[in-house]
Design a protein around this ligand. Structure first.
Ligand code: DOR
Length: 440
């Protein structure tokens, strides 16, 4: 018998407005909606008093490290971190070992996802081994249900190859997601190129390394008519170019990460490799532009770039340490804080964390056609899959890396007091997190 759950006393966040109502979940879908619903016999009761109830979050950018990087994270532990962070679906990045560039590896990650606490959607690699030389079999991977392709970790450097990939993607109805950094400009840089990097004696990765590839790919997307998604956009100029292209009708979307809109390059001043990431943390002008853009609704999605690393990869000199930082368990609070904390517009909050990313990953009700996966980022109407999150927007807690569900510990927010908390997470009708605790 499938479980019945009632979510009581919350404020529902719909696509354009909010509404006080209870929700009854039965047979994995939203079965009833209304004020003061009776508790069905044997139902699990989730208290949502004083909280928002919305579609659970969808992360377009999670490094789950399996296969090959199990010392840092597994699909199971990454999924647990996701559930704790309020997510029902994660797009798993393909820079695993081996890369997700073949049907057997993609099928393996899908299977690991099915055994995890939430829904895992593998992204396919654009090129074989992410080496940027030959295209991966995107058609075969698409037949398995993959619609999102990227070489993330690096961008496709060769413009001719990227153009060919976009043409294939267009024909197959896929989205190409690009890690925009031109390696001939980024070189061996390990932090933002600036006066600070010179003072610290660290080689810099200049903003132009990102912006040059954003500019190139916007032109290629326009020229081919293919759908492009810009991963972890980090500068004011990148955002301006994306907006300008969108205004011209180019099929482009962009994400920003919480670390790029909350942390500046100053964090690197103590040479702590926790703050090393690609693209790098930028100066305060860029960070402020991203915050303004987020607040104004100019940014399509907040994505984590959750990048777990084993201690031995991070506890090295800054220039030798692996780039990347954790994100799944802090993204909601940081986004809430940037949008105004308790005063944040809940419609915008759920738009950037759930509805638009679900759309970009083809996980919504209308275009979700992948085997065994449910629809995410929904409008909370009756009959839709119950992927839901219930969040507090006023409580505060201090980040303690030892409390994280992730296997890794490389959070840049250790000791920081954050606003907001994920109270309950429901994945495909099953309560996965209740009062902040896992149910199994
Ligand atoms: O800092 C990063 N780390 N940027 C990326 O694009 C990849 C990621 C990783 O896989 O660790």
């Amino acid at each position: 018998m499938s479980e019945t759950t009632i979510i009581q006393g919350g404020t529902l966040v719909l696509p354009d407005t909010t509404m006080k109502a209870d929700i009854i979940i039965r047979d994995h879908v939203i079965a009833e909606l209304g004020d003061g619903l009776d508790v069905p016999a044997g139902a699990t009761v989730l208290n949502a008093e004083g909280a928002y109830v919305g579609p659970a979050f969808v992360d377009l950018h999670a490094h789950l490290r399996e296969p090959g990087g199990e010392a840092a994270e597994t699909v199971a532990t990454g999924a647990a971190a996701g559930v704790k962070g309020g997510y029902s679906a994660l797009v798993a990045m393909p820079n695993t070992v081996p890369a997700i560039d073949s049907v057997p590896v993609a099928a393996h990650v899908l299977e690991l996802g099915r055994r995890s606490m939430l829904e895992v959607v593998p992204a396919g690699a654009i090129t074989l081994g992410r080496r940027g030389e030959h295209l991966a079999p995107m058609g075969e991977l698409a037949a398995l249900g993959l619609t999102f392709f990227t070489d993330d970790g690096t961008g496709v450097q060769n413009a001719g190859l990227m153009r060919r990939a976009l043409l294939y993607a267009k024909g197959l109805g896929l989205t190409l997601a690009q890690h925009c950094e031109d390696e001939s400009l980024a070189g061996a840089g390990c932090m933002n190129a600036s006066a600070l990097s010179s003072r610290l004696g660290l080689a810099g990765r200049p903003a132009i390394a990102e912006e040059a590839m954003v500019a190139r790919d916007l032109l290629l997307a326009q020229d081919t008519g293919a759908r492009l998604h810009v991963l972890h956009l980090s500068t004011a100029r990148s955002l301006a170019m994306v907006r300008e292209a969108q205004a011209r009708g180019v099929a482009v979307t962009a994400e920003v990460t919480p670390h790029h809109f909350t942390l500046t390059e100053e964090s690197c001043a103590g040479y702590d490799p926790t703050f090393k990431v690609h693209p790098p943390l930028r100066g305060s002008t860029d960070v402020e532009a991203l915050r303004i853009g987020l607040h104004a609704g100019y940014i399509d999605a907040v994505a984590t770039d959750h990048a777990p690393h084993a201690p031995e990869m991070k506890e090295r000199p800054f220039d030798e340490a692996a780039p990347g930082m954790l994100g799944l368990e802090t993204a909601f609070s940081l986004t809430l804080e940037a949008l105004g904390g308790g005063e944040a517009d809940p419609v915008l909050l759920f738009k950037v964390l759930s509805r638009t990313p679900a759309h970009i990953a083809n996980l919504t009700r209308h275009d979700q056609r992948r085997h065994g996966l449910s629809a995410h980022g929904g409008d909370l109407s009756i009959g839709t899959d119950a992927n839901l999150v219930i969040v507090d927007t006023s409580t505060r807690s201090v980040v303690n890396r030892h409390d994280l569900a992730s296997l890794a510990r490389n959070t840049p927010y250790e000791g920081r007091s954050l606003i907001g908390a994920v109270r309950h997470t429901v994945v495909a009708g099953t309560v996965a997190l209740r009062d902040g605790e896992f149910t199994r």
